[in-house]
Design a protein around this ligand. Structure first.
Ligand SMILES: [Zn+2]
Ligand SMILES: [Zn+2]
Length: 434
């Protein structure tokens, strides 16, 4: 009894068990939120992230990192060497989107810009990359403050142009793995619009899809709308192609595999009584494996050509198909690291805050780092951002919640940043532990 009492007294008198991942994050949170609001109010479009990059470079330099700017466009590489040991890469992405913000937040973006396509638009951090950057700063500061607890090298990268699928490739092509320490581990997170704020989601294996953008130009022979016999109508042909494309996934792909073919835009014609000579179709094509990707792309070409032949189109008026250069490869989370991190975070946050999430058909170019070197253990995880009250209301009413890229996407940024920074710091301390 006495012994128990003494032990209890000793425990009570001892300082709270130091948990740097948690304690440092809590202490830094007010400043991180200020940085988040600044990023949110000043978003920049893909490949134009110059002011954003400068802020990140400054934060990394202040924390004692060796900073290189303009890696692959506006990219930042911040290195902290802390003796021999593993090399861990942690990535945040910097770009906003051409979306006119409608969240009503007091720090909502009023930024306007013209896109590369000449569209005048608002700019918004509608994908939550502002939360990624604030957590990136929090993590690098935490890791600098805990040097005595880990060994190895930390490579913090801030990547441009995730939304256009170019940024990771540009950083790799600019020597990310040759000019800087080559990682054995790579981590990133994305805020989630389909999980309650503060919940972590881990998807082992394929997590995000191959994303192909395909342009189809359906050619015809134009003429008078009242004399169709003198024309080859590309609008009727385009309609047939749209219909036939629906059978690609439903009739040709193994039902156990995942695939999407969406015709997102179809443009042709000018007037009621004119049969035009061309219709343009813009498609998004999604898959996980290279084999399914090839099957879909080959199938689209075959269906377009086959329908044109069926319509009696002359050989020189066959549809033209272009697979756009902005292809984003699927993201693969290596299973051992996924399992290790899920166990680590479950122990820290509790099992109900760390869940296994199914793969999605969205895209992310984070997968390119692993594709460039399959020896890397790689994981991108989700951190839920839906404010709890909105989440609960949506569960009760089954009403919809805004998705990522929505003008209404206003995550509970404090919970996202606190959770992500703590999770990332704990992960880094575990991977690089002494
Ligand atoms: Zn996005
Ligand atoms: Zn994103």
């Amino acid at each position: 009894m006495l012994r128990t009492l003494l032990l209890a007294t000793a425990l009570a008198a001892a300082p709270a068990a130091a948990d740097p991942a948690h304690d440092l994050t809590v202490a830094a949170l007010p400043a991180l939120m200020e940085q988040y609001r600044d990023f949110h109010a000043h978003p920049e479009l893909s490949l134009h992230e110059t002011a954003t990059a400068a802020k990140l470079a400054e934060a990394a330099r202040k924390a004692g990192y060796e900073v290189t700017e303009k890696v692959g466009g506006t990219g930042i590489v911040a290195v902290l060497r802390n003796g021999p040991g593993p090399v861990l890469l942690i990535r945040a992405d910097m770009d906003g989107l051409p979306v006119i913000e409608d969240t009503g937040l007091p720090f909502a973006s009023k930024v306007r810009a013209t896109t590369a396509a000449g569209l005048e638009t608002g700019v918004m951090h509608a994908c939550g990359h502002d939360t990624h950057m604030a957590s990136w700063i929090g993590t690098l500061q935490n890791m600098a403050a805990t040097r005595s607890r880990w060994k190895g090298t930390l490579v913090m990268i801030a990547q441009p142009a995730e939304e256009s699928g170019l940024g990771a490739r540009m950083m790799l092509e600019d020597g990310l793995f040759t000019r800087f320490p080559r990682p054995q581990f790579a981590l990133a997170f994305h805020d989630s619009a389909s999980q309650p704020a503060g919940q972590i989601g881990v998807t082992p294996g394929y997590a995000l899809a191959n994303v192909d953008s395909v342009d189809l130009v359906i050619k015809g022979v134009g003429g008078h709308g009242a004399y169709p016999q003198t024309t080859k109508d590309p609008i009727v042909l385009a309609a047939r192609i749209v219909g036939a494309l629906q059978t690609l996934v439903s009739r040709e792909i193994d039902p156990q595999q995942s695939a999407v073919v969406t015709v997102g835009a179809i443009n042709g014609g000018s007037k009621h009584n004119i049969i035009g000579s061309e219709v343009t179709m813009l498609l998004t094509v999604r898959s996980f494996t290279p084999a399914i990707r090839k099957q879909l792309l080959d199938g689209i070409a075959r269906i377009a050509k086959g329908e044109a032949i069926a319509a009696g189109m002359p050989e020189d008026r066959m549809p033209a198909m272009t697979i756009k250069d902005e292809f984003t490869p699927s993201t693969f989370n290596t299973p051992p690291l996924s399992a290790r991190m899920q166990a680590l975070w479950s122990a820290r946050f509790g099992k109900d805050r760390v869940v296994a999430t199914p793969p999605v058909m969205g895209g992310e170019d984070f997968g390119r780092y692993w594709l460039a070197d399959n020896a890397i253990q790689s994981l991108i995880f989700w951190v839920g951002g839906v404010p709890q009250a909105k989440w609960d209301a949506a569960q009760a009413s089954k009403s919809g919640l805004p998705s990522l890229h929505s003008a209404y996407w206003a995550p509970d940024a404090e919970k996202v940043i606190a959770t992500a920074t703590e999770a990332m710091t704990a992960a880094a301390l575990d991977i690089l532990k002494r």
